[in-house]
Design a protein around this ligand. Sequence first.
Ligand SMILES: *Cc1c(COP(=O)(O)O)cnc(C)c1O
Length: 373
Amino acid sequence: MTWPPLRAELQGVEPYGAPQLDVPVCLNVNENPYPPSAAVVADIATSVAHAAASLNRYPDREFTDLRSGLAAYLNTSGGPGTDYGITADQVWVANGSNEVMLQLLQAFGGPGRTALSFAPTYSMYPEYARDAMTGWVAGRRYEDFSFDSDHARELLAEHRPSVVLLPSPNNPTGTALPHDVIATVCELVGDTGIVVIDEAYAEFRREGTPSALELLAGNRNLVVTRTMSKAFALAGARLGYLAAAPEICDALRVVRLPYHLSAVTQATASAALRHAPELLGAVAELRAERDRTVAWLRAQGHKVADSDANFCLFGIFADRHAVWQGLLDRGVLIRETGPAGWLRVSIGTAEEMMAFKDALTGTLTAMLTEETP
Ligand SMILES: *Cc1c(COP(=O)(O)O)cnc(C)c1O
């Protein structure tokens, strides 16, 4: 017997996490590179100070103001003239969309039930499934990372999952799902499960790529998760949320910890929402920088997955670890993730992307020289 007396499936498991290194250019965890402005910082600080005056009391357990604010934000997020008609009781919030996802598995997964996704997919999903004692099945995607609906149909029939987890845009590939795929999966899953479309990167999607929010009204088993960690430039606040049928939100109240969303978090997020246009102000620039980065990588002869997110997956390298290390030695931290041979780079400022390009060119040149006898 090993000590401490861990659950058998946790023994010897390394905790998840990209290396947090002190490096000049950090392009490894898909953060927004632009910090909040002084005006936003001041409003958040004032709101937190106000909340601090009653920290002797537990916070609003149902985070009522924040839910209304997020519903309003989502309803206008489709652009002028669109309104998804999402109400406050269709919104649920937790400490990062990672916690939202864990709560979904605690409520809708569990022993004897299965969660299912299609690889390459977000590496945290199997960990939530394990933590919620839920079976885990990963199907596959086509080689270009698009969705294989025939394969999905077979796998869904075979495993009857109670939770299907589909990131769109996908991490680590950047691939978004078309509406007909989401509609088909919702139909196949029916009332015996929920279909979670993880839209952590939705704000970065390209012109013409739809949001699954459009399908909410017609599919009661559909859950769309979002986060303030990426486009909203608020990763440090830990704020994730979802939109779904009120019954699904209600069910999550059963598994959440008491008062799980602190008064400080609620105040921070509500203040940030008041400045949504400004916090999201860099999204257009980041999308343009992404498209330039994809084009540059392709011009260098690399394979690059089409991306609707604020990162891109490129390769294919015989020794990706050596490329990753070469970049790190040149002060640029990217992510060694995805299928064998691929690397993922987050989109930073124009200066940071210049540093990335220089470091990649330098690394590959040095590797070639080494190989030549
Ligand atoms: C970054 C990311 C999230 C966001 O996680 P938070 O807990 O909200 O910071 C969720 N899903 C995917 C696929 C991500 O890449």
